[in-house]
Design a protein around this ligand. Structure first.
Ligand code: T4K
Length: 402
């Protein structure tokens, strides 16, 4: 049995295994795209690669428009502004903080609601209870690339006549139907935002896009991302610079060409984790409800504090010592981060499912970061750590006291 690194053994990996290792498309193809960009001398401002990327993204997700932007956070901000939202915006607290920041940056009041313990996505009942006369929009987050409860959220949105938006930053390529990113053609005024950040399944180094079937909204967003220009000389409205550059677009196109292979590879990683972690006390591999419609870009463990002999945070330390840089996504929940935590409303806020999930979730290296063989070794170390929990805990406590 190998000696754990936290007990003085050699770390499992010489080089760190990150959760977010970017996928690099084949270099010769990237070089060819770069040459084409350099030869054409069109580097930005709605160039041919951005236009092609937009067509590919719209096609892949079955929507009329994809409006590419410099990242998903800015894309959300522009979307909120383009929709002229004012007042409160309902969203889960269990999300990457960008969801909340984008709304706050645009002057909206975030109303955090709880999540479903199984899916980790926003709880439609909590949403229905949070709707007030001041509600401007509902934001569902497609966490871990899973569609949240789109149907029930759409009913709430329709009944209350409140637009429904999806933060689908993690959901690129999830299912090819319109539900892939939460966008359903049958519901008006709905848009989804995907991310092309370096850590995402398909990356443009940085990047994002708004997906929508609303022609007027797409036109408005295209103007807004380019200083409000309507044509060469005419500025029609307030705008900013949220454009995606040509190299980012080309990088993302090359990634999209590999997307189906990536999803298949991710599924094999998922299966390996699930198989190797079976029967471990208090450790559960998070299974999306509709596995066939998910990109499996994230490998999420749930550590049950009542049943697992080690805490989630002890496991993080053990894994980091092995150079397995597992992450506590998304601890501690947006409602416990600034500027939200010190707001008066936060003192009264009770989000038990969010708090429990945020305390027990552990994201493991997945996707491009690991091979199936790596997964087997990582799980072996977790198994050993649980078996030797008493000495491991002693060692962690001694290190903390030193
Ligand atoms: N909504 C949701 C639900 C999101 O998850 C996100 C982004 C957004 C909105 C906003 O989308 P963007 O505006 O970013 O397009 C990372 C990413 O920065 C962030 O994009 C992502 N979610 C979030 C889940 O993860 P951090 O703070 O955890 O990143 P960082 O720098 O710690 O990187 C993660 C790991 O990846 C590290 O272990 C190192 C490794 N890595 C990272 C980069 C950037 C690499 O190996 N190479 C790299 O180039 O937020």
């Amino acid at each position: 049995m190998p000696l754990l690194a936290i007990l003085g053994g050699t770390p499992l990996f010489a080089e760190p295994r990150h959760v977010g290792t970017p996928f690099i498309p084949p270099r010769e193809l990237l070089h060819a795209s770069l040459d084409e960009i350099l030869d054409g001398r069109r580097l930005s401002n709605d160039g041919p690669f951005v236009r092609r990327l937009e067509l590919l993204l719209a096609d892949r997700h079955g929507v009329a428009h994809a409006v590419a932007m410099c990242n998903a956070t800015i894309a959300m901000q522009l979307l909120f502004r383009a929709m002229d939202l004012r007042g409160e915006i309902i969203m889960p607290a269990f999300t990457f903080v960008a969801t909340a920041h984008a709304a706050t940056w645009e002057g909206l009041e975030t109303v955090f609601v709880d999540i479903d313990r199984e899916t980790h996505c926003i709880d439609p009942i909590a949403v229905a209870n949070a709707v007030t006369a001041d509600t401007a929009a509902i934001v569902g987050v497609q966490l871990w690339g899973q569609p949240c409860d789109v149907e029930r959220l759409a009913i709430i949105s329709k009944n209350a006549d409140i637009p429904l938006i999806f933060d689908a930053a993690q959901a690129l390529g999830c299912d090819c139907s319109n539900h892939s990113t939460g966008l359903a053609t049958s519901y008006d005024s709905v848009a989804s935002v995907i991310s092309l950040h370096a850590t995402k399944i398909v990356s443009g180094l940085e990047g994002g896009a708004v997906l929508t079937n609303d022609d007027a909204l797409a036109d408005k967003l295209r103007r807004m991302r380019n200083f409000g220009f309507e044509d060469y000389d005419r500025v029609a409205s307030l705008g900013t610079n949220a454009k995606l550059n040509e190299f980012s677009a080309a990088f993302a196109i090359r990634g999209l060409e590999c997307l189906d292979d990536l999803i298949q590879r991710n599924s094999r990683i998922r299966d390996a984790y699930r198989e190797c972690l079976r029967d471990l006390p208090g450790v559960a591999f998070h299974a999306p409800v509709k596995a066939e419609s998910v990109n499996h870009h994230y490998a999420i463990l749930m550590i049950d504090p009542g049943a697992c002999p080690l805490t989630r945070d002890e496991l993080v330390k053990i894994l980091w010592a092995e150079n397995v840089l597992a992450r506590r996504y998304f601890f501690p929940g947006c409602h416990r981060m600034e500027p939200y935590a010190s707001r008066p409303a936060a003192q009264r806020l009770r989000l038990p499912a969010t708090d429990d999930v945020a305390d027990s979730v552990l994201a493991l290296p997945a996707s491009s970061a690991v091979t199936v063989d790596d997964v087997v070794l990582i799980c072996q170390r977790i198994r050993i750590a649980l078996e030797m929990h008493a000495s491991v805990r002693d060692s962690i406590q001694q290190a903390a006291g030193a």
